[in-house]
Design a protein around this ligand. Structure first.
Ligand SMILES: [Ca+2]
Ligand SMILES: [Ca+2]
Ligand SMILES: [Ca+2]
Ligand SMILES: [Ca+2]
Length: 412
């Protein structure tokens, strides 16, 4: 029996989402609001077990690899219906409704660490995550607050995507680590910085990072190599970090919408400046579509619903997919269309020049009531109105349905 068929048989409709980390939190913790100075619900003594050092991730974190063959799959999301339209590179076409229409933002990724991208959405209005984990089953977590930007990445380096949000109002990152450690960190400036977490120093942990659109500066708190400030790109560019040179280290890169110019600073040395796409029309959506470990230049043209790929090994590719209003599912594109403004507003902002982050950093685990010791002037968010809490919920089966007649339906 193949792994996939196991997933089909076991992946759905568990009556209750049971996850040890959240259950432990609920059982061992006082109610979430206990007054000023307390970081409520983020980190509690009951679950402060120090986890062992994580082993190297069994799979590289590939965004958008829904069939687990090592190649990113082309996919678009229809906000008005919450329908995902995928062309899986091995399994073929899949159409699946997952999420709530006009409410949810797709945040796909490998949350259970089996090498297969999981369907997942973030609901900005309630800061709730709905995840259909391909092996571990469904999961619902309320984490964050309305207005937060979802920034899932593998911050603790265990090969599983961590639920995480970036709060523009205080430039603070809140991480629900998949290894059971939860932490927060203030990093970036409060207006205009775009969060661009990725593994920029090659230690398999995602680093806190922001791109400042007003100055085209990258501020990166590398988890092993330390802080880095890099001028790259031009003001107004769209950040498109990815591993373009295939060394398993994210490369700083930008896409300039007005000229469709890609500017890539390779982590292994050198750079590439290339025009690819239609100016002022195309959306950049780089991923490794041909599975050679090098991210490929790719754009989605929303006016005609056509993909244009420049694959690093397999060569050029053009493919029609989706319908008017659809948006590409690439992580690079995903931050830009939160309903109601969210990061769309963030992308338009051109304010802020203050450098907040300097100094050395490990990932700091915040204890309740403490201030962040790493950055001068950075204190923990103690506003009860905006403190994230998380809880277990039962799976809302109405959230998910599979489009009728889809030959490629799965997870049933
Ligand atoms: Ca998975
Ligand atoms: Ca993780
Ligand atoms: Ca690289
Ligand atoms: Ca490639």
């Amino acid at each position: 029996m193949t792994h996939r068929s196991l997933v089909r048989r076991t992946g759905r409709h568990s009556p209750v989402i049971e996850h040890l980390e959240e259950r432990a939190l609920l059982s061992g913790v006082a109610p979430f609001g206990s007054g000023p100075g307390t970081i409520q619900g983020l980190d509690q003594p009951a679950v402060r077990l120090q986890p062992p050092p994580p082993p190297p991730p069994p799979h590289p974190i590939t965004v958008g690899d829904y069939d687990g063959d090592g190649k990113a799959d082309l996919g678009v999301f229809t906000p008005s219906t919450a329908v995902w339209t995928l062309l899986e590179s091995t399994a073929g076409p899949v159409t699946k409704q997952f999420g709530a229409a006009n409410l949810d933002v797709p945040v796909p990724g490998d949350y259970d660490g089996d090498g297969i991208t999981d369907f997942a959405v973030f609901r900005p209005s309630t800061a709730t995550w709905y995840i259909q984990q391909s092996s571990a089953g469904p999961r619902v977590v309320q984490f964050g607050a309305p207005g937060d930007i979802p920034v899932p990445a593998d911050y603790d380096g265990d090969g599983k995507l961590d639920i995480a949000v970036f709060r523009p109002s205080n430039a603070t990152w809140y991480i629900l680590g998949s290894n059971g450690v939860h932490f927060l960190k203030q990093f970036g400036a409060t207006s205009g910085d775009i969060p661009v977490p990725a593994d920029y120093d090659g230690d398999h942990k995602a680093d806190f990072a922001v791109f400042r659109t007003s100055t085209a500066q990258w501020f990166i708190m590398q988890s092993t190599a330390g802080p880095r400030v890099q001028q790259w790109g031009s003001p107004g560019d769209v950040p498109v970090p990815a591993d373009y040179d295939g060394d398993r280290i994210a490369d700083i890169a930008t896409y300039q919408p007005g000229t469709a110019t890609w500017s890539i600073l390779f982590s292994a040395g050198g750079q590439r400046i290339q025009q690819f796409g239609q100016p002022n029309v195309d959306l950049a959506a780089p991923e490794d579509y041909d599975g050679d470990t090098h991210a490929d230049l790719a754009v989605y043209r929303p006016t005609t619903n056509v993909w244009y790929l420049m694959q690093s090994t397999a060569g050029p590719r053009v493919l029609a997919q989706g319908s008017p209003g659809d948006v590409p599912l690439s992580l690079a594109a995903a931050y830009r269309f939160i309903p109601g403004g969210g990061s769309a507003g963030l992308m338009r902002s051109s304010l802020a020049t203050t450098v907040v982050a300097t100094g050395a950093d490990p990932l700091v685990v915040i204890t309740p009531g403490s201030a962040d010791p790493t950055f001068t002037g950075a204190t923990a968010d103690t506003s009860s109105a905006s403190v994230p809490v998380h809880k277990v919920s039962t799976w809302d089966s109405a959230l998910e349905s599979v489009a009728s007649g889809g030959s490629g339906d799965r997870l049933l």
